[in-house]
Design a protein around this ligand. Structure first.
Ligand code: GRG
Length: 312
């Protein structure tokens, strides 16, 4: 299996993937394409394009686009098409971060090691920068290259993504329940709903939509969906743990806020150790779910393991 690194450069898959090097090269590939796809800073009205680029290029691990690229590799997808989906996923994710940081939501001053978008550009422009990123993401998706016969596939991808971010177990649904349970007692069921929806749904869509775009067999779509769902939930559980254990330098944002704001988190309900155990178990189940991919699932397996042990 070949893993694409910088555009035009290919890393040969080895038995034991160096995950740090892999993440770094894939991140560079994603960033190059984000830069190409986003409107330039000097395009009128300049302030909105500066705000959009400020948040997108503030840092970020690019986990969702990297998962989309790895899933595509695993099922034989086309790189040029998939990278456009990958960038759309990152724009939607960044949009969710900008809105999540607003005073009306989590009210954060720092994100990705920088002042949040509304702190630099004001609330009005930050709201519009989020909206702008979402609009641009959907524009990118509709412009994925392909002949007329490919349109049905694009609609299926769009549908998968709209479902992932909507109000029926999508990102918005998870954020709503997160918001309304703040400071209140919450059940295990509500907690899993929040995490699977506000974070899991977009991660699940990253691998699932990538398989749809690659026109992969149903068997592969299904196993990647299960993989994404489990990895996505594990990702948010680790995020909760890092909020308890991480530092501002590692996280690029203020730790400890979940406790102060009495958020519904895994450590609050189960404690840190049990939560860590749950995240590890979910990742092992995710890895088992993609057994059908054989050697081609190597990068996805390593990405899943990285997600359970990450420190940032
Ligand atoms: C419909 C997309 C959308 C948004 C509107 C504001 C909102 C509704 C949802 C917020 C959802 C949210 C912020 C969930 C938290 C997800 C999460 C774990 C963020 C951190 O992700 P990382 O660690 O961050 O991948 P980086 O900075 O590395 O990209």
């Amino acid at each position: 299996m070949n893993l694409r690194a910088k555009p035009g450069k290919v890393i040969k898959q080895v038995d034991f993937l160096d995950i740090s090097a892999y993440l770094e090269t894939q991140r560079a590939t994603v960033d190059t394409h984000l830069d190409k796809f986003l409107p330039p800073e000097d395009e009128y009205p300049e302030v909105i394009h500066r705000a959009m680029r400020y948040s997108v290029f503030a840092g970020g691990k690019r986990v969702r686009p990297i998962l989309a690229l790895a899933a595509s590799e695993a099922v034989g997808g086309d790189f040029e098409r998939t990278v456009q989906l990958a960038c759309a996923l990152e724009l939607i994710h960044t949009y969710s971060l900008i809105h999540d940081d607003l005073p009306a939501m989590d009210d954060d001053d720092h994100r990705r090691g920088r002042l949040t978008c509304h702190k630099v550009f004001g609330e009005g422009i930050a709201i519009l920068a989020g909206n702008g990123l979402m609009a641009h993401a959907f524009q990118l998706l509709t412009e994925i290259p392909g002949d007329a016969g490919f349109s049905a596939t694009k609609i299926e991808v769009l549908n998968g993504l709209c479902r992932a971010i909507g109000t029926q177990r999508g990102v918005i649904a998870g954020q709503v329940v997160d918001l309304v349970t703040e400071g209140k007692p919450f059940s295990a069921r509500e907690l899993e709903y929040i995490h699977s929806s506000k974070t899991g749904a977009l991660i699940e869509a990253s691998v699932y939509c990538s398989a749809v775009l690659a026109r992969a067999d149903d068997k592969y779509r299904r196993c990647l969906k299960t993989f994404g769902l489990k990895v996505g939930l594990a990702f948010q559980i680790v995020d909760d743990i890092l909020d308890v254990e991480g530092s501002r330098e590692e996280l690029g944002k203020t730790p400890g806020k979940d406790t102060v704001e009495q958020k519904a988190t895994y450590p609050a309900l189960y404690g840190v150790e049990e939560s860590r155990g749950t995240a590890h178990r979910l990742v092992e189940e995710a890895i088992a779910a993609i057994e059908c991919l054989g050697d081609k699932g190597g990068a996805l397996r390593e990405l899943a393991r990285f997600i359970s042990i990450r420190r940032f």
